[in-house]
Design a protein around this ligand. Structure first.
Ligand code: RB5
Length: 149
């Protein structure tokens, strides 16, 4: 499994923790920045990671900012991206099982490190259930197509 990860300065410390965590589990992770605590703009990193995931260079993306809100809104502007902001483990498996989320968004200022790592593990270990959920996810794609013209 290959993971693309990115954050702004507000998510930088948690990004570093998540990368160490994934590497300790031998999961391949590529860091698309930011690389320091210096103030920067979350859409830049959302776009990089979202494009890599949309182009299927990576199976999943993980994006972190202070709240997870700005970076998830930005990622969801890239066609094919379903970024889910999760603050609990129920949402982390439900967004995979029901929504086929391909990017997990987290807020470093919202969730603690321990919960964040559990959310990451839950997200990566859950699978899309298809069936009635596929019909609904296809409808998301139809909305996207309508406004991509
Ligand atoms: C940066 O201060 C902060 O606004 C950003 O990390 C994020 O929370 C935006 O949604």
């Amino acid at each position: 499994m290959k993971i693309a990860i990115g954050s702004d300065h507000g998510g930088f410390n948690l990004k570093q923790d998540i990368m160490k965590h994934l590497e300790s589990k031998k999961i391949e992770v590529k860091d698309f920045g930011t690389y320091t605590n210096e103030s920067c703009d979350y859409p830049d990193f959302a776009q990089k990671v979202a494009e890599e995931v949309a182009e299927q260079n990576f199976e999943f993306g993980i994006l972190i900012c202070g709240t997870g809100i700005g970076i998830s809104i930005s990622a969801n502007k890239v066609p094919g991206i379903r970024a889910a902001l999760c603050c609990d483990t129920f949402s982390a498996h439900a967004c995979r099982e029901h929504n086929n989320a391909n990017i997990l968004a987290l807020g470093e200022r919202v969730v603690g490190r321990g919960l964040a790592l559990d959310i990451v593990d839950t997200f990566l270990n859950s699978e899309f259930e298809g069936g009635r959920h596929a019909k609904r996810v296809n409808k998301i794609s139809e909305i996207e197509k309508k406004y991509s013209k």
